[in-house]
Design a protein. Structure first.
Length: 319
């Protein structure tokens, strides 16, 4: 099988490419390296050899690929608040034009299509935990709206292609995911706290730290993505770890595990920051036979080892 992965040089995209290569697939990674990392390409190429190819391209522009394509995973998009607040218009464009182009490729090639959506479609939720039937509470004109609404539009467009053109589509709503290969300057809680703890810097908690998140290790997520793509489920499915913790608890646990003596400092809460986030994974369990397996302790230890190695090597913190 020949599989296209847009955003394949990113954190989740590169791990997905690895998993597909390990399954014997031929993978074409499409990325413009706005937030993806070129180092990931070399790691994947060492793993898959000639079965990995790269198309350096912005999918907001027309995608032209010669030859057959069996499946398209559309993961391209800035995903961290620090990124989509820096690149608001490219974020909107990749969610709208990029999704349109990726769907057009799947339609032209008679390929399966997979949209990586997000738990952010639920906004600052009024229902907890969040089931797929919940329509969300999103501020469309707030600073986070560029990401939230881009993904909501992408879901609507994907279902339109499924209903109008018969494209075999699949939609995942990804909840907070962590693990090796996250960018050091990603800005989200896990990489921020790890870098600060390992450097002996203050851990910056926004608000009073009472807001909650649920953290899934990357390998569990990737297994869920592949199972969903290979299923006949077309409606959105939550993939994430329902083990919920407060951001303050996360900071304290990372301090303990790393042995850091860094203080914790509280800063003002960003606009529209969700107060709670926890997936209802009933559908994933029932329809995919999926649930997370990796404990937070095991997952965060593997992530710490990766971050420590890269910090010791004085790796560039950018893309």
């Amino acid at each position: 099988m020949r599989i296209v992965v847009t955003g394949g040089a990113g954190f989740i995209g590169s791990h997905l490419c690895d998993a597909l290569l390990d399954r014997g697939k031929e993978v074409l990674c499409v990325d413009n390296f706005l937030t993806g990392r070129r180092a990931h390409i070399e790691e994947m190429r060492a793993r898959g050899g000639s079965r990995l190819s790269l198309l350096e391209h912005d999918v907001s522009e027309t995608i032209t690929i010669d030859g057959p394509v069996d499946a398209v995973y559309h993961l391209a998009s800035p995903a961290s608040p620090i990124d989509y607040l820096t690149f608001p218009i490219p974020t909107l464009k990749v969610g709208s034009l990029g999704t349109h182009n990726a769907l057009g490729l799947a339609l032209a090639k008679n390929a399966r299509f997979f949209l990586a959506s997000t738990s952010e479609v639920y906004g600052d939720p009024e229902i907890h935990p969040q089931p797929e039937s919940y329509w969300g509470n999103v501020n469309p004109i707030g600073p986070r709206g560029v990401y939230d609404e881009a993904k909501r539009f992408a879901e609507a467009l994907t279902m339109a292609y499924h209903r109008s053109h018969g494209v075999n589509t699949h939609i995942v709503r990804i909840f907070n995911t962590y693990g090796p290969r996250m960018r050091l300057a990603d800005g989200r809680a896990v990489p921020a706290f790890l870098c600060q703890a390992l450097k002996g810097e203050p851990l910056t908690v926004y608000g009073d730290g009472s807001q909650t998140r649920s953290f899934c290790f990357y390998s569990d997520l990737i297994e869920g993505l592949i199972r969903l793509m290979e299923s006949e489920v077309h409606d959105p499915v939550n993939i994430g770890n329902p083990a919920e913790m407060t951001i303050m608890e996360l900071a304290e646990r990372i301090k303990e595990i790393t042995g850091s003596f860094s203080p914790i400092e509280c800063h003002p809460l960003p606009v529209d920051d969700p107060k709670v986030r926890q997936p209802d994974i009933t559908r994933a369990k029932k329809l995919l036979g999926w649930e997370p397996k990796v404990s937070f302790e095991d997952g965060i230890q593997a992530t710490i080892e990766d971050f420590r190695r890269r910090l010791d090597a004085d790796e560039e913190s950018g893309p």
